[in-house]
Design a protein around this ligand. Structure first.
Ligand code: 3YE
Length: 210
């Protein structure tokens, strides 16, 4: 089975969806470790409950971004993962880190990229009066939330929505598309080639289309 390491900073609901996926019959991946930059992250308890190894690499204990990322690489690579999954991991990664895992590092972002890179995406979609919002799984490149998209989920914005109600609707879909993307990768169906994602050898739509 494809060895996956998951990085978290918080409650880990996407982590839980990925753990639940791994428990299904004939799942092509296994979560071999969960690593958090925050010692108090609830996702660590989720991993423990599932019998998965955990580690903390606390960014506050490092002088700079390079030092933190180097330490993180060292811990991740002990598990020899084929895929590294960011699941609510809230640190911007250095070019060196991104290069080290190029083509085997993915993230989920709560917007229909290329719209709303960065933070506060649900409020920004509401403020813009968008009728649709969603989430995007993408390969991680140097540019924050700028890497090739793999799969998007679209949800309607409903009248009376708040950032919280909209976030909830988006998260239901995140928990479907993230395990799906991990499965595709584990089955050898998903690649990053020349800054494009490919599924079964066919290019996936670049950012800006879907
Ligand atoms: N790094 C690169 N490219 C990417 N990290 C993530 C995706 C992604 C990436 O596509 N190079 C919040 C936004 C980061 C922020 O500014 N974080 C601060 C720390 C804040 C904190 O610790 O609470 C920082 O300085 O990194 C994953 C998503 C990152 C979101």
């Amino acid at each position: 089975r494809c060895r996956v390491v998951v990085l978290i900073s918080g409650s880990g609901t996407n982590l839980q969806a990925i753990i639940d996926g791994a428990a299904e019959q004939q799942c092509p991946y296994e979560v071999c470790a969960v690593i958090s930059n925050k010692p108090e992250a609830y996702g660590l308890a989720r991993a423990n409950d599932a019998g998965i190894e955990t580690a903390v690499v606390n960014h506050r204990e490092y002088l700079d971004r390079e030092g933190f990322d180097t330490a993180l690489i060292e811990v991740i690579d002990r598990y020899q993962p084929e895929l590294v999954v960011l699941a609510g991991f809230m640190r911007i990664l250095t070019p060196g880190f991104v290069r080290h895992y190029s083509g085997r590092l993915i993230n989920i972002h709560p917007s229909l990229l290329p719209k709303y890179q960065g933070l506060h995406t649900h409020q920004r979609a509401l403020d813009a009066g968008d009728s649709e919002h969603g989430a995007t799984v993408h390969f991680v490149t140097e540019e924050l939330d700028g890497g090739p998209p793999i799969v998007q989920a679209v949800v309607p914005v409903e009248s009376g929505d708040t950032a919280q109600s909209l976030a909830q609707r988006v998260q239901v879909q995140e928990h479907i598309i993230y395990p799906l993307a991990v499965e595709w990768f584990a089955e050898g169906r998903l690649r990053m080639a020349c800054d494009r994602a490919e599924l079964d050898g066919h290019p996936l739509p670049a950012s800006g289309h879907r």
